[in-house]
Design a protein around this ligand. Structure first.
Ligand code: SF4
Length: 650
């Protein structure tokens, strides 16, 4: 099935509002529509840009000829708001938005965030907690009997029984709480289109139960028991995998870890089996993941007529997430890294799906004509900056592969790590009329980059605005093993090469290394050693990410169960918020505001030897007076050499 869009006949609407998908009856009428085919309800503001997932699906369906409307951030106290455009003919698609609604609202310390990046003006409280569930129930009230299709990252990552950090509980599949008819997981274009087509053809909902990339509930035991009874035959035939039941994973952490491992092994769309998980008398059935998009399909998506702006109804209010992406270009989706704290591989898939260079250049030209564009592209990338067009050397091998990462514990010998297509693309982007600067802000995968000195040179010469973000995350081999990240030596080799290239170009540039504290496997001892490493190397991180156990990540299973689900080895876990705060304070060793907490941590860990004024100490003693100045403030102890300077994040 190709996804290349069919353009709807007729010219693009002229007025500012008519260029957007309708959000009101009046906007429907302006298009000459008396009814919608599909309604998309989203927890984010309506920004007509491909970086906003629910809008991407809406535009995609529009491109297939369906009449699609968008209701963004509806009033969830009454069903009236979601029904303001009437009952759609085929189905309503519901998404919490680009982020899990709980992650969007709360920090790792479980405090309410000061801003919502996906809401007008960054305002908070524009969406409910667990928005997928609330919106689905709202739509059920508004449109009795209408198929409700749940999608987006919140639904995708909560589709099986999962640990919810914010309530510190194991929750059942979100399908059961939302009472939606179907759940689309992963990237939803293929599934959404097939649902629309088959409903349009008059198929009953049950007929749609075989669509890849979807899940549904089997309500009665007689619907699922025969499948389980035959499970051994199915397993032999690679047809069905029964996951440990919800009641079992709720009661037994080892079973939860088993569920997580079994689930992870089925994420390759080419060999991932359908799965079934019992929840009491009900069961949730998961079809195999959707197949990845081909290059022409990716191009088709980005050729859709996005306005690349927030809906005019927001007036002058800015939407922070849009401000970040409005002058950036996505070149690919997917990630084969498989870092355990991240769910991109689970959501976007591990097969890299890239756009053609021509498609990217078309978007660059479109961008260059945009009002307010100054000539700077803020990012050319995707989940990772430098996986563009990388692939397994052999399709047959890729189809059979059951590894969770192509780059851990080392770069697979079958992985084609050629950076030439990316280098060539970046050169062509730079040559486009009206483009003055092209930056790379997506994270660079340094274990891949170090294989291409030419890419590092290009990066240093053209794509770094003085600072380059990289994410070594930690320096401990044991912690990095739990994270499935390369060893710190790989980062050091990359840093050396990048600084050398910057030196040769006469450019003073800085690496901005990111670190995570409180990741499962990371003890206070590891954190102290990381702080010592940072100080030794003149690195002063400004931001440290406190590990957040997000639904479905492998590291979340470690956090909840205390086991690495991939090996079933016990893993130490920092669960107390106070310990997490102390770990963060240690990594920010140079920041005076953190010293009281860091002192407490060092004293409790029996490391008073690291409190003092000697160069080997991490922080000064209390009441150290002016002599403490060299630990904090603006200047590092030493700035000899570009390598050190380039690793300092001031
Ligand atoms: S064989 Fe190697 S490169 Fe190919 S998909 Fe598997 S891990 Fe990735």
């Amino acid at each position: 099935m190709t996804l290349v869009p069919l353009r709807r006949p007729g010219a693009r609407p002229a007025s500012a509002t008519r260029a957007f998908l309708p959000t009101t009856r009046e906007e429907m009428r302006a298009r000459g529509w008396d009814e919608l085919d599909v309604l998309i309800v989203t927890g984010d503001a309506y920004v007509d840009h491909p970086a906003f997932g629910p809008v991407l699906i809406a535009r995609f369906l529009e491109g297939r000829g369906y009449r699609v409307g968008v209701i963004a951030q509806p009033n969830w106290q009454t069903p009236e708001d979601v029904s303001r455009m009437g009952r759609p003919r085929l189905f309503v698609g519901v998404s919490a938005g680009n982020l899990d609604s709980m992650l969007n609202k709360l920090t790792a310390q479980k405090k309410v965030r000061s801003a919502d990046q996906y809401s007008p003006g960054g305002r908070t409280n524009c969406r409910p907690n667990r928005a997928s569930i609330v919106y689905s129930n709202l739509c059920r009230q508004a449109f009795p009997g209408l198929p409700i299709v749940l999608g987006g990252i919140e639904a995708s990552l909560r589709r099986i029984a999962h640990y919810d950090y914010w309530s510190d509980s194991v929750r059942r599949s979100i399908l059961l709480d939302s009472k939606a008819d179907l759940l689309v997981f992963g990237m939803g274009e293929r599934a959404a289109w097939e649902i629309a087509k088959r409903l349009d053809a008059g198929e009953p909902l049950k007929g749609l139960w075989d669509i890849r990339g979807t899940a549904h509930v089997k309500n009665r035991p007689e619907e699922w028991q025969p499948l389980l009874a035959d499970a051994s035959r199915f397993i032999t035939d690679r047809k069905l995998l029964p996951l440990p039941a919800y009641d079992d994973v709720l009661a037994d952490r080892r079973k939860f870890a088993d569920m997580s491992r079994l689930f992870q092994l089925e994420t390759n769309p080419h060999n991932g089996r359908p799965m079934l998980q019992r929840h009491g008398d009900q069961a949730v059935f998961f079809n195999s993941p959707a197949l990845p998009l081909a290059e022409a399909d990716m191009d088709g998506l980005y050729d859709l007529p996005f306005v690349r702006a927030p809906h005019p109804s927001y007036g002058a209010e800015r939407i922070p997430a849009f401000e970040t992406v409005k002058h950036s270009i996505v070149t690919m989706r997917g990630c084969f890294g498989g870092c355990t704290f991240c769910s991109i591989t689970e959501h976007e898939g591990r097969v890299i799906q890239s756009r053609s260079a021509d498609s990217v250049l078309r978007e660059v030209r479109q961008l260059s004509r945009m009002e307010g564009f100054s000539g700077t592209i803020t990012d050319v990338g995707g989940p990772t900056a430098n996986m563009y067009k990388m692939h397994c050397k052999d399709e047959k091998i890729e189809r059979a592969c059951r590894r969770l990462s192509c780059v851990h514990p080392g770069v697979c010998e079958n992985l084609v790590t050629d950076h030439e297509p990316l280098i060539d693309l970046l050169r062509r982007v730079r040559e486009q009329k009206g483009i003055k600067k092209t930056f790379i802000a997506s994270g660079v995968r340094y274990d891949l980059a170090e294989r291409s000195p030419e890419f590092i040179r290009e990066l240093a010469a053209h794509h770094t605005g003085g600072q380059l973000s990289v994410a070594p995350e930690h320096n401990s081999p044991e912690v990095l093993k739990r994270m499935k990240k390369p060893g710190i030596q790989s980062y050091e080799r990359f840093a050396t090469a990048f600084c050398k290239a910057s030196d040769e170009l006469g450019r003073e540039q800085y690496l901005v290394p990111y670190f995570i504290t409180g990741h499962p496997g990371s003890t206070m001892k590891d954190t102290i050693e990381l702080a010592q490493y940072l100080k030794r190397n003149g690195m002063r991180p400004r931001q440290v990410q406190d590990f957040i156990p997000t639904p479905m990540a492998v590291a979340t299973t470690m956090y909840h169960t205390g086991f690495d689900p991939l090996t079933m080895e016990p893993v130490p876990v920092a669960r107390e918020l106070r310990d997490k705060r102390r770990m963060k304070a240690l990594i920010l060793w140079w920041d005076e505001a953190q010293w009281p907490l860091a002192r407490e941590a060092l004293i409790d860990a029996g490391r008073r030897d690291l409190i003092g004024l000697k160069p080997s100490c991490l922080i000064p003693p209390e009441h150290a007076g002016r002599s403490a100045g060299r630990f904090g403030g603006g200047r590092p102890a030493s700035r000899t050499g570009n390598r050190e300077r380039s690793r300092d994040r001031r």
